[in-house]
Design a protein around this ligand. Sequence first.
Ligand code: ZN
Length: 138
Amino acid sequence: MAGPRSSFLALVAQRCPRCHQGPLFTHSAFNISKFDEMYDDCPVCGLHYEPEPGFYWGAMYISFAFSTGIMLMVGVLLYYFAGDPATWVYVTTVAALTVLFAPLSLRYSRTVMLYLFGGIHYNPHYVGDTQLHDTTKT
Ligand SMILES: [Zn+2]
């Protein structure tokens, strides 16, 4: 099975930036206790997912940008579609949605960090053993 050729689609699918096939995370985003667990290496091409120690600290800033985006969108939507409700409605709604989207925010911030600052480029010829022996591929 080939991964998407587009880096953007591979990012959205949270796949390895080098082969676009191997998953970055071990569990689903809906697994509340393990949504943040990543593979150490790509299961397909063997790329090490942590280019340097502490690499994902920078993802905090990206996550902060996602949270700010959620706050702004929710604020604008509430203002226009709920008729500028009381302040507690803004605060409660923003807090609830920020917590609700925390798993996705964490996962995508790490993925964006790896794609933008990992220094890794897509290489369609970088296939692992699984693809070399896949006879169903046309
Ligand atoms: Zn890979």
